[in-house]
Design a protein. Structure first.
Lengths: 708, 109
């Protein structure tokens, strides 16, 4: 049951996410009936499923909101800001109730307050009817009873025999209207029977000779079916049976045979069936010829068979659709990626063996190449399983923008482009906070107040554009506003004042703007609850860099600001530079590598504890990996320096040999090694040896610390 | 009496073909069936039809079959006519060609 509850929770969270997005959309398009229906359906589904899984508080709460939206759906109420506000609050409360089960007095009060808002809104729309009367009215009307039954019921197939009285027409009843109502309950096959009509001789045109057999597959329960016949049930024969064999048939994907249907309908006996089957002719023909059944019986049974096939096809199609996306626990995917990583390693070893071993026939090499292709494909496919569209994250920001702009009295619209762009799930999860901060900054500092915008000839409604696109092996996400832009001179002055920028340096606009990402930098004239504490932007950059990404910035006074984040598609694979120190191998992430140069130790300087070399006419600090990790290195005076640049810090890493490019699957370190500084993970090389992946950011800090 | 040619006779349904009209319609059909070997049913004007008239169609067909006569539909069918047949289960889906309607009607032919 706990598993089911968990699944319900997950699905409810997804529904609430789409609800939020629909509501925000609805706010812009209040007359969009499809969106209103969508909100209603979400409430309806949550209400039904929460009742089923024992979340009674949610079910009761949602029921009232659903009732309210039914009125909106029926055109009794029109969407406005107050309704959107109340529904968003209701959505937040449902989420809270899902997250924290159990009674809470405070929450009950909050729920009651939200429901009261809905009642008041409904009352206002009705022109002053009291909320109590409203509730009573709803209880009497009970517009949702049938639907509540539907949602909790399993789909069943019923055979309904409806024999109206012969004087049916005299009562003014039109049975076709009842049949139309039945059709609304589900998949319906209506089989009329006119067996008693033989001709015009004894035919009384004002009498009813018709009866029906109806095969109905529905989630509605038997009472909902009976309700349809309520006004004529005393004079008619109404027999409703569940066709048990239908569920079995659908379950087993089999068609019901005509003979079985006729047997089940009680039209023929088993003996008659056996006899007819023995005649090696079509069963229906034999039975009609021998007058065991009428043509009408055969026709009815064939239609029932057809109904079964149709329902089965529909079910298969639905299952097929469900099969297109299945829910898999993310740790299973992670473990699959690990296994594929192992496979990549083994494949690399085989490739190496194929090259090294005396493989005169070339068979080993051939197999190794085939394996390499397959493994590569498998790796790409596995990685793609973790790819999810970034739009899921984007949609969360619409609420943020709405609430924040209201809070600040600004008019801001969020536009999103490239929501379908896919990115590794882990990257997306870790991207949320930095993006929230950047968007907050756009609204707080970037977009001007409506009157200011008007005075500058801009539309009052500011725009924040969130976009994503693939650029090679990276994804570029940009956050762009059409606000006032960054104040270049103020940033320069502050940067110089804080010692972050050199007063005599030749700095590009980008260099100056990048200062806002440095720790402690803030030009906000006042600290607001939204941003401006000067601790955010540097954290944003650190978070992006921790994802092996980078941030660039463009801004123009009066026109706006654009911050672009570049991220690798996945965190599971790193493009690295394989280096060697003595017997040990290391991988330097390629994104941080700027150059590789030779180090002539005779030319290198040691100033105190600082080790420096000249690189592009500047002094470059460097660290020796053999010293740092206490390794024995080659006895040579000519070593290699890998020049890295990250976080505006350029420094060198001295190694014995630079081997070359190496794309590798990252394996995390065990708990014992997780605190080792300067190393972010490991990878296994083709010959089975382990290479540690260097954490450049940490190494830069170590380098700075060593230099004092 | 509407006569289409020497051998066929047409029964044309009006806009309303319901229980109020069914008795007189039955009398008309009985009379016409006696005079012809081919009775044609014209339904293009029908705006409203109920079960009583549908039953009458079936009774006419069975009577015609018994007497070795032909009973068929002619012209075009109104949407209301076809929709009612579908709703009551006599037709699985509306047909475009009325000359084949008799074959599509459940248990008609």
């Amino acid at each position: 049951m706990d598993n089911f509850k968990e699944t319900f929770r997950e699905e409810a969270f997804e529904l609430l996410a789409s609800l939020e997005s629909d509501l925000l959309e609805l706010e812009s398009n209040p007359d969009d009936k499809e969106l209103v229906s969508s909100v209603f359906r979400v409430m309806h589904t949550i209400k039904g499923s929460s009742a089923m899984f024992g979340f009674d508080e949610i079910s009761e709460f949602t029921h009232e909101v659903e009732s309210f939206f039914d009125k909106v759906r029926n055109g009794e109420l029109r969407i406005d800001r107050q309704i959107i506000d109340a529904t968003l609050s209701a959505r937040d409360l449902i989420r809270e109730m899902l997250e924290e089960e159990g009674d809470s007095k405070e929450r009950k009060e909050e729920c009651e307050a939200v429901l009261q808002t809905f009642r008041t809104l409904a009352q206002q729309a009705k022109g002053g009817k009291s909320p109590d009367a409203e509730t009573e009215g709803e209880a009497e009307e009970s517009p949702f009873e049938v639907e509540r039954e539907e949602s909790n019921q399993e789909e069943l197939t019923y055979r309904i025999r409806f024999v109206p009285p012969s004087d049916l027409f005299k009562s003014g009843t039109n049975p076709i209207l009842l049949l139309r109502e039945l059709r609304e309950l589900g998949d319906c096959t209506i089989i009329p029977r006119l067996d008693s009509i033989e001709g015009l001789e004894k035919f009384d045109p004002e009498s009813c000779f018709c009866s029906w057999e109806i095969i109905l597959t529905t989630k509605a329960d038997i009472n909902a079916i009976r309700d349809i016949f309520i006004f004529i049930e005393s004079d008619s024969t109404i027999q409703i049976d569940t066709i048990e064999s239908f569920s079995d048939m659908i379950e087993n994907s089999q068609s019901r045979r005509l003979g079985d249907i006729l047997l089940e309908r009680g039209v023929i006996s088993e003996e008659t069936l056996k006899e007819a089957l023995g005649k090696q002719k079509r069963l229906g023909e034999v039975l009609v010829e021998t007058k065991a059944v009428s043509r009408g019986d055969i026709s009815a049974a064939l239609q029932e068979q057809e109904h079964g096939k149709r329902v089965q096809e529909k079910r298969t199609a639905t299952l097929g659709k469900a099969g297109m996306s299945i829910r898999v626990a993310s740790d299973k995917l992670d473990s699959l990626v690990d296994l594929v990583g192992e496979l990549v390693t083994v494949q690399a070893r085989i490739s190496q063996l194929a090259v090294q071993e005396n493989d005169a026939s070339g068979h080993l090499r051939l197999v190794s190449e085939q394996l390499e292709r397959l493994v590569e494909e498998l790796r790409d496919n596995t990685m793609s399983l973790r790819m999810v569209p970034i739009g899921t994250t984007f949609s969360k920001f619409r609420r943020l923008v709405r609430d924040l702009s209201l809070e600040l009295g600004k008019k801001v619209e969020l536009q999103a482009e490239g929501a379908e762009t896919e990115l590794d799930k882990t990257v997306i999860e870790q991207l949320g906070d930095p993006l929230v901060h950047l968007i907050r900054n756009c609204i707080d500092h970037g977009i001007e107040m409506p009157e200011v915008r008007s005075s500058h000839g801009k539309p009052e409604l500011g725009k924040v554009l969130l976009s994503a696109r693939h650029v090679g092996a990276t994804v570029q996400i940009s956050i762009e506003d059409d606000g006032g832009g960054l104040d270049r001179d103020a940033i320069l002055a502050k940067g110089i004042e804080r010692g972050l920028l050199s007063p005599d340096g030749k700095l590009s606009d980008e260099d100056i703007f990048q200062t806002i990402f440095l720790p402690g930098f803030s030009t906000a004239k006042k600290i607001t609850a939204v941003s401006g504490r000067g601790v955010g932007m540097d954290v944003v950059r650190q978070q992006i860099e921790a994802l092996r990404g980078s941030v660039s910035i463009w801004s123009e006074t009066g026109k706006g600001t654009k911050i672009t984040i570049s991220l690798p598609l996945t965190l599971a694979i790193v493009d690295g530079l394989l280096v060697r120190v003595g017997e040990e191998f290391f991988v330097v992430p390629l994104s941080a590598v700027e150059a590789c140069v030779e180090l002539d130790e005779n030319e290198a300087e040691e100033r105190g504890r600082r080790r420096l070399l000249e690189f592009r006419e500047k002094l470059l600090p460097y660290v020796r990996l053999d010293d740092l990790f206490d390794l024995s290195s080659d006895d040579t005076s000519l070593r290699q320096v890998v020049v890295t640049e990250l976080d505006f810090n350029r420094f060198g890493i001295v190694v014995d040999e630079v081997i070359g490019d190496h794309q590798t699957v990252i394996k995390s370190l065990g708990p014992l090694y997780q605190r080792v500084e300067g190393v972010s993970g490991a990878t296994i090389l083709g010959d089975g040896r382990v290479a540690l992946i260097l954490d450049i950011l940490q190494l830069a800090k170590i380098s700075a610390a060593v230099a004092g | 009496m509407n006569e289409q040619n020497d051998s066929s006779v047409v029964v044309a349904l009006g806009a309303k073909a319901t229980i109020e009209q069914v008795s007189s319609l039955a009398d008309e059909i009985r009379a016409k069936l006696k005079q012809t070997d081919m009775l044609l049913f014209q339904v293009d004007q029908v705006e409203q039809i109920d079960l009583s008239v549908i039953q009458l169609m079936y009774a006419t067909k069975r009577q015609a079959d018994k007497e070795g006569k032909t009973f068929q539909f002619t012209g075009t069918a109104s949407q209301a006519f076809l929709d009612t047949l579908v709703d009551a289960g006599f037709l699985n889906e509306p047909v475009d060609d009325l000359s084949v309607l008799h074959r599509s009607l459940i248990d008609f032919d």
